[in-house]
Design a protein around this ligand. Structure first.
Ligand code: IDP
Ligand code: MG
Length: 151
């Protein structure tokens, strides 16, 4: 099975609103494998590095302040096509454009409070995982995979 990894984070608003469990459950129930999980309160520097691609945007300062305003829950999920599927499960950047059934479509309204981050490409995932999990992730065999993937 050609597998990949993605970085998913529940942002400070999702943590405050008690949505961590629901978000984890969606990825677990889909069949993906959790290989990294921790709570971190990002420094402003780390938040700015995470969102470095958006540094020229007018909302960058507010985004960095918000992302470093409290704990986030960092996750690494592994499985087939998980980068793209993670984005599908999240919904659109703009919550009002997100379909009901998606995480943002079910739980958020405002662009600046859209509760979840997910890597947008395999390259971004590699960069973000190196940043948030410099210690590496957990290698383990999920025995139920034989019931999730056809051999
Ligand atoms: P993404 O989170 O769906 O990948 P990005 O374009 O990478 O979207 O933007 C990162 C985050 O910055 C968004 O999730 C959102 O919270 C915030 N953001 C994006 N565009 C705007 C904007 O135009 N105004 C305010 N905040 C924005
Ligand atoms: Mg993004």
């Amino acid at each position: 099975m050609a597998s990949e990894r993605t970085f998913i984070a529940v942002k400070p608003d999702g943590v405050q609103r008690g949505l961590v469990g629901d978000i984890i459950a969606r990825f677990e129930k889909r069949g993906y494998k959790l290989v990294g999980l921790k709570m971190v309160t990002p420094t402003k520097e780390k938040a700015a590095e995470h969102y470095q691609d958006l540094s020229s945007k007018p909302f960058f300062g507010g985004l960095v302040d918000f992302f470093s305003s409290g704990p986030i829950v960092c996750m690494c999920w592994e499985g087939l096509d998980v980068v793209k599927q993670g984005r599908q499960m999240m919904g659109e950047t703009q919550p009002l454009a997100s379909k009901p059934g998606s995480i943002r479509g079910d739980f958020s309204i405002d662009l600046g409070r859209n509760i979840i981050h997910g890597s947008d490409s395999v390259e971004s995932a590699e960069r973000e995982l190196a940043m948030w999990f410099p210690e590496g992730v957990n290698e383990w065999a999920k025995t139920v995979d034989a019931w999730v993937y056809e051999p």
